[in-house]
Design a protein around this ligand. Structure first.
Ligand code: INI
Length: 157
């Protein structure tokens, strides 16, 4: 019996972050969290590339391009969709979630969903480093775990 469990350690891999400019006050905090997580787990700044997109709807296509390049062990997507300011909240949030899931399955590269979907700015602030952790940090750690897990499965084949 083989049990696979990703480690929180990266050995020379590169990672990419795609981050939305929409609600940049929040997404910039998510980006800082993600960068710190990579640094704290031994991934140097030079091994992390960042691509900015206009909004959460554009995350999937750029994540797909980065994943297809074959240069990255995982791609982290960061965004903030806030209901209070968004009449089409459901379209944007589900478009981003469905698109990101589809890209991960199509490319076989882990694509992490670091998009906050909140009722208001206060909740988004809390979840981007104020009171309730930092979603950007968390998904970057998940990216390292997933990269390690995929590598272990590859080694076994
Ligand atoms: N994009 C976001 O990332 N967050 C939002 O809250 C948001 N709102 O409010 O609409 C949003 N819209 C832009 C969208 O993601 C696209 O960039 C735009 O529709 C162009 O395709």
């Amino acid at each position: 019996m083989t049990e696979y469990r990703g480690l929180l350690r990266a050995d020379g891999e590169r990672f990419a972050i795609v981050v939305a400019r929409f609600n940049e006050v929040i997404t910039d905090r998510l980006l800082s969290g993600a960068r710190s997580a990579f640094r704290q787990h031994g991934v140097p700044d030079e091994a992390v590339d960042v691509a900015w997109v206009p909004g959460a709807m554009e995350l999937p296509v750029v994540a797909q391009k980065l994943a297809r390049s074959g240069s990255y062990a995982a791609v982290v997507c960061l965004g903030a969709v806030i209901r209070g300011d968004t009449p089409h909240f459901e379209y944007v949030s589900s478009g981003a979630a469905t698109g990101i899931g589809a890209v991960a399955r199509e490319t076989g590269v882990p694509i992490l969903f670091g998009v906050l979907t909140t009722e208001n700015v206060e909740q988004a602030t809390d979840r981007s480093g104020a009171k309730s952790g930092n979603k950007g940090y968390d998904v970057a750690v998940d990216a390292i775990e997933m990269a390690s897990l995929m590598e272990q499965i590859d080694q076994r084949q």
